[in-house]
Design a protein. Structure first.
Length: 179
């Protein structure tokens, strides 16, 4: 019996993961921060798909990104002897900020966990600051468009914008280093 071919969405998700992982590798090089970036690249297409469809970010996909960030922190500290303050602070600040937003009802707890993971994956102050700035800018523009088209009470998944902000910040950081 012939095996069926992978579905188009599966192939697109695989392709997107490969592009994001390759871009992360080119942007970061061989450093501990590449570990959570690649894990994020692998799960990003599924997180986007699920968040857009169901307005949730499943723990089975987000928690491994948190674990990868913590492992990268430990590896960086062990390799250099210096505590990696930037990703540690970015993870705590991002997670705490989005936790407060979740308590207020503005975002979900999955967004809070993802924000913490993205902070832990941020290797520099520039990425740590630019990532949420891009996310809120892109998300704000999209929110205006959605509100105009669907009305004031329309909902918008924010996870895709968090991920776009992170990968966009990595890309812009790499471009800035080349100039």
């Amino acid at each position: 019996m012939p095996r069926s071919l992978p579905s188009l969405p599966s192939l697109l998700s695989l392709g997107a993961s490969l592009v994001l992982a390759t871009g992360s590798g080119l942007a970061l090089g061989a450093q501990a921060a590449l570990i959570p970036a690649v894990v994020l690249a692998v799960v990003a297409p599924w997180l986007v798909t699920i968040d857009v469809a169901e307005h949730r970010l499943p723990n089975r996909l987000v928690v491994p990104t948190l674990a990868a960030g913590i492992i990268a922190l430990a590896m960086s500290w062990a390799a250099t002897g210096d505590p990696p303050f930037v990703p540690a602070l970015a993870g705590v600040i991002g997670g705490a900020t989005f936790f407060l937003l979740a308590l207020a009802g503005g975002v979900g707890m999955g967004d809070a966990k993802l924000a913490a993971a993205l902070g832990l994956a941020s290797p520099t102050v520039g990425v740590a600051m630019l990532s949420p700035l891009l996310a809120f800018t892109l998300g704000g523009v999209a929110a205006v468009v959605v509100m105009v088209r669907r009305g004031r009470h329309a909902q918008l998944a924010f996870g895709p914008f968090l991920l776009a902000g992170y990968f966009g910040a990595l890309l812009l950081g790499a471009v800035a280093r080349m100039l």
